[in-house]
Design a protein around this ligand. Structure first.
Ligand code: MG
Length: 304
């Protein structure tokens, strides 16, 4: 009699679990920088310094103009790199990435065993979506000890696959000695543009595909075969979260407990991921809270 009851509970649990799986989420989509590790690691500040150094040393931009340019390009185009390309600077993408990321203090990133086991315990697809290049993503994930937690990484190269071959055809693709500067007459004056409020509609377009553009997010979802309605998207950037919301993703703003427009949840730290997935977790934990005879059966379902 007891065994029949236990089987019934097992079936009930299985139904609940499958329901949670089919009706809520089947994928978790994560930004990398300042999302899977905290802003306090200092990588973001160093990255910004390196970008400014690149603009001064490689693109020969006047020091006094750099901070304003940086801010405007980032705000307008998603990344400073996308903005620099839009306004007419020509440079090698790999060279830019290795300059900007190559000297980052990766030693500040520590292994995250708790986060690792948390992620591995979740029976959902897990995908990284970063504007950074694949070398940076691999280095950072490896330092965090999370390199085996994700089925794939959508990086700069994933969304911008043609740039490498286009540039290498007629330029010094691997060379670093030649100047990468484009004559200043061809450069669009973005600071001047924004000092004239009437001229906003004539901004040049960027060839780079990156967050927070909705097109970039949609392309990423398509490439990774992700259904936004069944996906939870984690990012520390409010504008990325808002774009994510517009394309139908469930959204979690990371790095603050203050929920803002477009964010379904807000988490001070990614370690609190359980808060965002509470419904799913409750379903997992329910059978352990009721009288239940076969814990082994639960574990089988959870890890399946
Ligand atoms: Mg980020």
């Amino acid at each position: 009699m007891l065994s029949i009851q236990a089987s019934w509970v097992e079936m009930e649990y299985e139904n609940q679990y499958q329901q949670a799986q089919s009706s809520k989420y089947d994928c978790l989509l994560f930004d990398l920088d300042d999302t899977l590790y905290p802003l306090s690691s200092g990588l973001a500040i160093e990255c910004r310094k390196n970008i400014e150094d690149y603009m001064a040393q490689k693109l020969c931009i006047e020091d006094s103009k750099i901070p304003d340019m940086c801010n405007l390009l980032y705000k307008t185009y998603g990344t400073t790199m996308a903005g620099l390309k839009a306004i007419g600077y020509d440079f090698n993408y790999d060279e830019y990435h290795s300059f900007v990321h190559g000297r980052l203090p990766y030693e500040n990133l520590r292994p995250e065993p708790v986060l690792r086991s948390l992620l591995l315990s979740l029976p959902l697809r897990k995908v990284i979506f970063t504007n950074a290049d694949e070398v940076h993503a691999a280095k950072a994930l490896s330092r965090l000890g999370l390199e085996d937690c994700f089925e794939s990484v959508i990086s700069f190269e994933t969304l911008n696959p043609t740039h490498k071959s286009t540039n290498s055809d007629d330029e010094d693709y691997n060379g670093s000695s030649r100047s990468t500067t484009t004559p200043s007459t061809e450069i669009f004056d973005i600071v001047g543009h924004f000092s004239q409020p009437d001229a906003v509609s004539e901004l040049p377009k960027t060839p780079i595909v990156c967050k927070p553009s909705e097109d970039a997010i949609e392309r990423a979802l398509k490439i990774a075969k992700i259904n936004p309605q069944r996906t939870m998207f984690f990012d520390d950037s409010i504008r990325n979260i808002q774009s994510g919301k517009r394309v139908g993703l469930h959204t979690v703003l990371v790095g603050t407990s203050q929920r803002t427009k477009g964010a379904d949840y807000a988490l001070e730290s990614i370690h609190n991921i359980r808060e965002a997935l509470l419904d799913l977790w409750e379903t997992h934990e329910k059978p352990e809270n009721v009288m239940y005879s076969s814990k082994v059966a639960i574990e089988t379902y959870v890890t399946a």
